[in-house]
Write a protein that binds this ligand. Structure first.
Ligand code: HEM
Length: 499
C-alpha cells in the first residue's frame, strides 16, 4: 500500500475537479452537449485539466498554445484515436480512417483518400455533381421565392449535401437499389451512436458492462444499424462489380468512390477488402455530409442576426459575380474575401466538430510540466478555444472583419493545415487533420455565394433565430431555421442556367 500511495503522489497529473469513486467525473458532464459541459467543468482549473470517466483517464485542452503543443509539437504521441464500442461496430473494427489507430492501415487508407478519392483532380471531376445539386436547390428556393413561401434551410441543406455525397460515393445507381431515406436515417443514427459511450466502454473489463448494454438494448440497436448499412453497401458493391465487368472496356466519364476502390483492390495496390471499402464509405458519408450542412446553417443564422454583415457579404458577391447569373468557381471564389471571413468567423463560433475527433495518447507524455499517461483520452475543445478572450477581442460577437486584417482586430488567421494559428482549428491539425478540408471549404463557399447572390433573406413573422445546439458528433442547430427567400434579380434569373 505505501508503495502505491507513493507512486500516486509522484504522478504530477494536470489539475481537475475531484471525481467520485468508481464513476469519476461522469456525473458532472452532459454528453448531449459535451463541449459546453466540459468547458464549464474545466474552466476553473486552467487550459489543461484531468478528468476521469469511469476507468478512463481523460485530459481536456482549452487554449490555443496547448492545442499547438498537442496537435503539432507532440502530434506523434497524441495522434491515436480511442476505439469505443460504437466506433468499433460502425467501422469494421477501426479499419476506416477516422477511428483507425495510428498504424499502417491508417496510412494506407489516408493515402487512398487523399491521392485517389479526393485529390484536386478528382474533386474537379465531380464538380458537375456539385453544380447540379446546387442548381436544383436554387430552383427550389426560386419557386419558394415566387410563391412567397418559407424554406426550412436545415432540410434543404441536409438534402443537398446528402445528394452530393451519395452521388460522389455511389454514382447515380443508389437511387435504383435502395430507398434513399432509409439510408439517410441510418447515417443519422450512426452520428448519434458515435457520441455516446456504452457502459462497457466506461468500465472496461467489468463483466456486467456488456450485460447492462445488452439489457438496455444498446447492443441490439448498434447491431441492427451496422447490419442494415452493411447490406446496403454490399448491395452497391455487388452492383458495381457486375456493371464494371460488363463494361470493362468502355470509357467512364465519372468514377464514383466504389469504382475507384474496387479498381485499387483489383490492382492490388493496397490490401483492400470489401470491409475496407465499406468503412471508407461510412467515413465519407458521416464526415462529409453533416459538417458542411451544419456550417451553412450556422452561417445563415449568424448573417440574418447581423444585417450589416449580411449586406456586406451580399454586396461583395453581387459585385464579383456581376449580372452573369452564374458563379464561376475558379474565377469568382478567390475574390470573395469577405465571404471567406464570414465562413471563418462562423467556424470560430460554431465549429461543426467542437471537440474535433477525440485523440488518445500512444505513450506517456509531459505537457506544460504535467504528466499524461499512455492511453489517456484527449479532448481538444475547439469551441472553447474559438471563444477564448485571451485570443479574441470581444469573442462573443460575430465580426467577420476581424479576419480582414484591416480592423482593430488584426489577425491573419487561416485554417488550412500547416498553420501557426491554433486559435482557429475547425479542421483539427497535425497528422489527423481533416483530409476533406478543401472539399468542404469549396462546398461552403459555393453554397453561401449562391444563396447570397440570388436572394435577399428575411425571417417569417413570429420567427426568431435561436442558437441552441443538438447532440451529435457534429454540432447542429437544434431548432428549424425557416427563412423567406426573396429574389434579388427579379427578371434575370433563369434556374435552368444553373447556379
Ligand atoms: C466544414 C467541413 C468539415 C469540417 C469542419 C471537418 C472537420 C473535421 C475535424 C475537426 C476532424 C478531426 C481532425 C483532428 O483530429 O485533428 C476531421 C476528420 C476527418 N474528416 Fe473532416 N471536416 C469537414 C469536411 C469533411 C469532408 C467533406 C470529408 C470527406 C469528404 C471529411 C472527412 C474526414 C475524415 C476521413 C476525417 C478523419 C481523419 C483522420 O482521422 O485521419 N471531412 N474533420
Amino acid at each position: 500500500l505505501p508503495k502505491i500511495i507513493k507512486r500516486k503522489q509522484s504522478f504530477n497529473r494536470p489539475p481537475g475537479p475531484h471525481g467520485l469513486p468508481f464513476i469519476g467525473n461522469l456525473h458532472q458532464i452532459d454528453q448531449s452537449s459535451l463541449h459546453t459541459s466540459l468547458w464549464n467543468l474545466t474552466k476553473p482549473y486552467g487550459p489543461i485539466v484531468s478528468l476521469r470517466f469511469g476507468f478512463n483517464s481523460a485530459v481536456v485542452i482549452s487554449s490555443a498554445s496547448l492545442a499547438k503543443e498537442i496537435l503539432q509539437t507532440q502530434d506523434l504521441v497524441f495522434c491515436d484515436r480511442p476505439l469505443f464500442t460504437s466506433q468499433r461496430k460502425m467501422t469494421y473494427n477501426g479499419i476506416d480512417i477516422a477511428f483507425s489507430s495510428y498504424n499502417q492501415n491508417w496510412r494506407d487508407m489516408r493515402k487512398i483518400f487523399s491521392l485517389h478519392l479526393f485529390s484536386p483532380r478528382r474533386v474537379q471531376s465531380f464538380r458537375f455533381i456539385r453544380e447540379d445539386e446546387v442548381s436544383s436547390a436554387m430552383k427550389t428556393l426560386h419557386d419558394r421565392a415566387l410563391s412567397s413561401e418559407k424554406i426550412n434551410l436545415i432540410e434543404l441543406m441536409k438534402n443537398l449535401m446528402n445528394n452530393v455525397m451519395l452521388r460522389v460515393c455511389f454514382g447515380e445507381r443508389y437511387q435504383d437499389v435502395c430507398q434513399k431515406s432509409k439510408v439517410l436515417g441510418l447515417i443519422d443514427e450512426v452520428q448519434e451512436h458515435l457520441v455516446y459511450l456504452c457502459v462497457s466502454d466506461i468500465w472496461p473489463g467489468l463483466p456486467f458492462g456488456g450485460l447492462v448494454d445488452r439489457l438496455m438494448g444498446k447492443m441490439s440497436r448498434l447491431k441492427k444499424c451496422s447490419q442494415d448499412l452493411d447490406s446496403f453497401f454490399q448491395q452497391l458493391i455487388d452492383e458495381h462489380m457486375i456493371i464494371n465487368k460488363q463494361k470493362h472496356d468502355s470509357y467512364k466519364e465519372f468514377e464514383d468512390v466504389i469504382d475507384v476502390l474496387l479498381q485499387l483492390a483489383k490492382d492490388k495496390f493496397f490490401n483492400l477488402t470489401h470491409e475496407h471499402i465499406k468503412a471508407m464509405l461510412m467515413d465519407v458519408l458521416v464526415a462529409g455530409t453533416d459538417t458542411v450542412a451544419a456550417t451553412v446553417v450556422w452561417a445563415m443564422s449568424l448573417l440574418i442576426n447581423n444585417p450589416k454583415a449580411m449586406k456586406k457579404a451580399q454586396e461583395e458577391v453581387r459585385n464579383v459575380i456581376g449580372i452573369d447569373g452564374k458563379l464561376d468557381e475558379d474565377h469568382h471564389l478567390p475574390r470573395l474575401t469577405y465571404l471567406k471571413a464570414v465562413i471563418k468567423e462562423t467556424m470560430r463560433l460554431y465549429p461543426p466538430a467542437p471537440l474535433l475527433v477525440p485523440r488518445e495518447t500512444r505513450k506517456d507524455a509531459i505537457v506544460n510540466g504535467y504528466e499524461i499517461k499512455q492511453k489517456t483520452l484527449v479532448y481538444v475543445n475547439a469551441w472553447a478555444i474559438g471563444r477564448d478572450p485571451k485570443s479574441w477581442d470581444k469573442p462573443e460577437l460575430f465580426l467577420p472583419e476581424r479576419f480582414l486584417g484591416r480592423c482593430d482586430i488584426d489577425i491573419d488567421i487561416n485554417f488550412k493545415g500547416n498553420h501557426n494559428d491554433f486559435e482557429l482549428i475547425p479542421f483539427g491539425a497535425g497528422r489527423r487533420i481533416c483530409p476533406g478540408m478543401s472539399t468542404g471549404d469549396v462546398m461552403l463557399e459555393v453554397l453561401l455565394a449562391n444563396f447570397l447572390y440570388m436572394f435577399d433573406w428575411g425571417l417569417p413573422k413570429d420567427e426568431v433565430i435561436d442558437f441552441d445546439t443538438k447532440p451529435g458528433i457534429t454540432m447542429h442547430k437544434r431548432n428549424q431555421l425557416c427563412l423567406l427567400p426573396k429574389l434579388y434579380f427579379e427578371n434575370t434569373f433563369e434556374p435552368s442556367q444553373g447556379a
